[in-house]
Design a protein around this ligand. Sequence first.
Ligand code: ARG
Length: 274
Amino acid sequence: MKFSRRKLLMALVASAFVAACGKSAEPKPADNAAAPAAPAATETRAYVVGTDAAYAPFEFENEKKEVQGFDIDVLTAIAEKAGIQVKFVNTPWEGIFATLDQGDRDIVISAVTITDERKQSMDFTEPYFEARQLIAIGKGVTDIKTFNDLKGKKVGVQTGTTGDEVIQKLLGKTSEDIKRFESTPLAMKELESGGVQAVVADNGVVINYLQNNASAGLSLIEDNQSFTPEFYGIAVKKGNAELLGKLNEGLKAIKADGTYDKIYAKWFGEKKAG
Ligand code: ARG
C-alpha cells in the first residue's frame, strides 16, 4: 500500500513534469528558458526615428499614444526590406534636424520636403511622396482667391516649414503678419478661432484637417502658379551613406513590389499618379 502510493506520487510528479515540458514550445536541452528565440541574421540595434507626430495622416498619435500614419507604414515597410529595425520617437518639429547631428535620432521621417538648403546639412533618400502648399482660409473670408491675396492678411504657418518659407517670400521674413506655430494643427485652430485669416501648409495635412473638422467652415485655395511641387524624403545624418543606402534600397523594393501603392491606398484612397 505504502509502496504503491509512493509509486503513484512519482508517476504524478513525472507526468506533471512532462506536461510542463510540453507547454514550452520545443523540447530543448538547454534550461535557460529566458533566452529569446533569435532570428539571428537581421538582429541588430534598432535605429531611432524622429517624427513630429502632429501631422495626420503622415504621422500622428492614436489614443494609446502610439505613433502611426503613412510615413510610419512606409518606413516600417522599408526597414523590413532592408533588414533593419526601427523605433519611432515622437519629436518636436523645431530642432528635429539637429537631433541627427546630435546622434539622438538616426533617421527623420516627418513629411520633410527635400530642399537645397536642407541638403547642405543632412542627406535625403530618393523622394517618396509629392506634395504642394495649399491655403486654408477661415469661415466667411471672401477676399482671398490666390496666394498674392495673402498680402495684408494674418497668415498662420508651422515654424520652419516650407509653408513658412513661401509666405516669407511674399510678406517678408520679418513680417508681423506671419504667425508661427509649433505645430500645423495649432495654426489650424487659430484659423478656426479667427486669429489668422489663412494658413499655408502641405496639401495632405490641410485636406485631412478639413475632412475631420468639417463644422469649422474652412475652405481651400489651390494656387499652382505660385506653389511648386515638393518632394518628401527621409533624412539621415550627413555622410551616413551606409544607412542611406539601406533606406534607398528598401524604398526601391517597396515601390517595385506594390507595397508602396498599398500603403498609399490605405491612407489616401486613390492610386498615386506617376
Ligand atoms: N513638408 C513641410 C516641410 O518639410 C512640412 C513638414 C512638417 N512635418 C511635420 N511632421 N510637422 O517643411
